[in-house]
Each structure stands twice: as structure tokens, then as C-alpha cells.
Write a protein that binds this ligand. Structure first.
Ligand SMILES: NC(=O)C1=CN([C@@H]2O[C@H](COP(=O)(O)OP(=O)(O)OC[C@H]3O[C@@H](n4cnc5c(N)ncnc54)[C@H](O)[C@@H]3O)[C@@H](O)[C@H]2O)C=CC1
Ligand SMILES: O=C(O)C(=O)Cc1ccc(O)cc1
Length: 360
């Protein structure tokens, strides 16, 4: 049986422990905080123990990841070691300084593209990596067995594996992860001083755009600073775009004549966003899928959602996604059910027959 040592039993470490324990790996938990270890153990992430490990997964904050990996490479002379820090190049560079070539061959950096806006073991979930991408960043001297072991761990946790060099990874995440975090935080920060009545008007749009604004400031300071060189050009480009939008809006405020093209700038901004958004992969990394959706009015009574799911299930229809919206003070909620386009009509018919009120 493979023995996996997880060092850092917060959100990521505990989730990895839970997923691997469920797949029959023997997981041993380590953390500088005894409370975190105890909590992770109680949540079923593994046991407390110090046996020699076959694989070590370092899931500490990024600023200590390299030193913890180096320590583990020294303490566990036969183990393959990975870290799951969100930035890869700085960890690798620090390690090159800290350990010899033989030890470095047993290291392969990695990054599960899965997480949550909450930290700590209490937020952990065994299915966190299910259907998500886990990036492996082997360096020039990574041993084949190191790559194969971490590949096995990632797949056992339910992820699909993508391999790319650390530098390429860091360039990509600047755009797909780090800019979105900055954007979410900036948009959410605009809500701070808004009157309660105005915040009360918030619908799904602002929630979608700001969900990750709830993230941990300490962790994200480390992530953004650790990828500053790649983040800067992305932020420069966004600042230029924002300047263009601002000039267009100013021109409209000042009553410009239509020839300045201000409205064209606004239209192009939204159209460019559509083009970018359409490139996002669908579920399980599949090509983008446009789901059809039905909005169902849910009376605010117990068991309505359970009944709705039962009716969808009875119709033999697979839900691809689900969103629930509760208007402040309203006696109803709205459930948006997303299905493949071919299932739209059968779903509408089945729900109407079952007595539900629908919007499309
Ligand atoms: N939060 C997220 O959604 C994702 C985070 N990551 C990466 O995973 C890593 C862990 O992040 P989270 O689990 O969110 O953080 P977390 O704050 O939930 O957990 C970190 C844990 O590491 C422990 N720790 C700190 N220093 C330590 C040390 N020197 N030795 C042993 N344990 C130590 C802490 O006590 C804490 O329990 C970070 O490097 C992060 O960049 C990767 C993908 C997603
Ligand atoms: O909550 C989400 O959707 C995230 O995207 C979380 C996340 C945070 C940090 C990472 O390095 C990877 C993923």
C-alpha cells in the first residue's frame, strides 16, 4: 500500500487526504498546527503518523513551500515529493539553490486547478478535485518515477492531468486565475460603502463576478507577489482597456457627437468579452457547451427543491448545472436548471406537467 505524507492540512491538504484515503492510500498528516492535524484526522483525511513515505504532498502556503519541500526531500530519502502551491517557478528556483541534483530529481511541482474561496481543514471536500485539471510541472531532471507517482496521486483524487513547464504554467495562471482574483476583489471593494438598499439589489451577475473576493488575503498576497513578473503585463493590458472604456464613458457624459465612436468602444468591449468567455472549457475540460436553461419558480416552503429534483429525475433528464436565486423579502426563490439543448423541451414539458411555474 502506498504511504502518502501530507504536509499542511488546510483546505488543499485535507481535501487531498480525504480523496486519497477514500481510494485506499495510507495517508499520514503533518502540520505546524496540531489543531489542524487533529481536525483533518477527524474529517477522515488520514492518520497521525511518522512512517517513511512513498510520496509527500506539501500543501503549505506558497512562501514556505520550497523550504518545506527541501526539508522533506532530506528527511524522506526515498520519497517522491510534490507541492501544490499556486505558483511554480519561484518554488523551483528556491529548490535549485537548496537541494542537490539527486534530491531534486525526486521533486515534481504540481498545481490542482481546484480550490475554494475558503481556507482551512473545515472547508475541505473529498470531491474537490473531481473532474478538475491538475497541472504537473516537471523540470529537466525530474525522474520518470517522480512524474508517474504524482500523476497517479492526481488521477486517484479524481483530476485529469496536464503537463507543462513551470514558466508556462505561471504565465497561464496570471490570466486565468490571478487576474480574476484581482478583478473580483476590485469589483467587490466597490460595494463596501454602498447603502444597504443598493446592495440589496444585487443579483446573480455581481455574485458570479465576486465569489472569489471572499478569498484569504494572506494566501493571495503570496500568490500575486510570487507571480508578479507575469501578472504585470496582464494588468497593464487591462489598465489600457479600462482607460479606453473610461474615455468613452467620459465622452458620452460630455455629450460628444456620435462621430467620436464612444459607443463603438463600449460595444467592442462587451463583444471582446463574449469572445473570451466562449473559449472557457465546459465540464471536465470538455469543449465549451452552451447549456439551455429553465428558470423554475420555487415556493418558499420546505421540500420544494427535493420535489423539483425528483420530478427532473423522474423525467430521466440529466442536470448539467444549477443556480439558486433568493430575492430579498420575496416569498419565492428561482432555480435555474441547466441542461443540454436537446433536453430543454422534454424538461419544460415534464415540469409543466408536474405543476411547476417556469420562465425561460
Ligand atoms: N486555496 C485554494 O483554493 C488553492 C490553494 N492552492 C495552494 O495550496 C496551498 C495550500 O493552500 P490552502 O490549503 O488554501 O491553505 P490553508 O491556509 O487552508 O492551509 C495551509 C496549512 O499549512 C499549514 N502550514 C503553514 N506553514 C507550515 C509549515 N511550515 N509546515 C507545515 N504546515 C504548515 C497551516 O497551518 C495550514 O493548516 C497553497 O500553496 C496554495 O497556493 C492550490 C490550489 C487551490
Ligand atoms: O474558487 C475557485 O474557483 C478557484 O479558482 C480557487 C483556486 C484558488 C487558487 C488556485 O491556485 C486555484 C484555484
Amino acid at each position: 500500500m502506498t504511504t502518502v505524507r501530507v504536509v499542511g492540512t488546510g483546505l488543499l491538504g485535507t481535501s487531498i487526504g480525504m480523496a486519497l484515503s477514500a481510494k485506499g492510500f495510507r495517508v499520514q498528516l503533518h502540520d505546524t498546527s496540531p489543531t489542524s492535524v487533529a481536525l483533518a484526522r477527524d474529517l477522515g483525511a488520514g492518520e497521525v503518523g511518522d512512517d517513511p513515505a512513498d510520496v509527500v504532498v506539501v500543501a503549505t502556503p506558497p512562501d514556505v513551500a520550497a523550504s518545506v519541500v527541501a526539508q522533506q526531500l532530506r528527511d524522506q530519502p526515498d520519497a517522491v515529493v510534490t507541492d501544490v502551491a499556486s505558483v511554480k517557478q519561484t518554488v523551483l528556483e528556491e529548490l535549485r539553490e537548496a537541494v542537490g541534483g539527486d534530491a531534486l530529481a525526486r521533486y515534481v511541482g504540481s498545481h490542482p486547478m481546484a480550490g475554494r474561496e475558503r481556507s482551512g481543514a473545515v472547508a475541505a471536500r473529498a470531491d474537490l478535485f473531481e473532474g478538475r485539471t491538475w497541472v504537473l510541472c516537471p523540470h529537466e531532471t525530474t525522474a520518470d518515477r517522480a512524474r508517474a507517482s504524482i500523476d497517479e496521486i492526481a488521477r486517484a483524487a479524481g483530476a485529469s492531468v496536464v503537463t507543462m513547464p513551470a514558466a508556462e504554467h505561471d504565465l497561464a495562471v496570471a490570466a486565468v486565475s490571478h487576474l480574476p482574483q484581482v478583478a473580483a476583489s476590485l469589483v467587490a471593494a466597490r460595494l463596501r460603502d454602498l447603502p444597504d438598499d443598493a446592495v440589496g439589489l444585487a443579483g446573480p451577475g455581481v455574485r458570479d463576478v465576486t465569489r472569489i473576493a471572499a478569498s484569504d488575503p494572506l494566501l493571495w498576497t503570496q500568490i500575486l507577489a510570487g507571480n508578479a513578473a507575469n501578472l504585470l503585463p496582464v494588468l497593464d493590458a487591462v489598465a489600457d482597456d479600462l482607460d479606453r472604456v473610461r474615455s468613452a464613458v467620459r465622452a458620452i457624459c460630455e455629450g460628444e457627437n456620435a462621430a467620436t465612436g464612444a459607443r463603438g468602444v463600449l460595444a467592442q468591449t462587451i463583444a471582446d468579452g463574449q469572445t473570451g468567455h466562449a473559449r472557457l472549457p465546459g465540464k471536465h475540460g470538455a469543449p465549451p457547451t452552451a447549456y439551455a436553461s429553465v428558470i423554475v419558480v420555487l415556493p418558499d416552503r420546505p421540500r420544494q427543491l427535493a420535489q423539483l429534483f425528483a420530478d427532473v429525475g423522474d423525467a430521466g433528464i440529466n442536470l448539467e448545472d444549477l443556480r439558486i436565486e433568493h430575492a430579498v423579502g420575496a416569498q419565492v426563490g428561482l432555480a435555474e436548471l441547466m441542461v443540454l439543448p436537446a433536453a430543454l423541451e422534454p424538461l419544460q414539458e415534464a415540469l409543466t406537467a408536474a405543476g411547476w411555474r417556469l420562465h425561460s
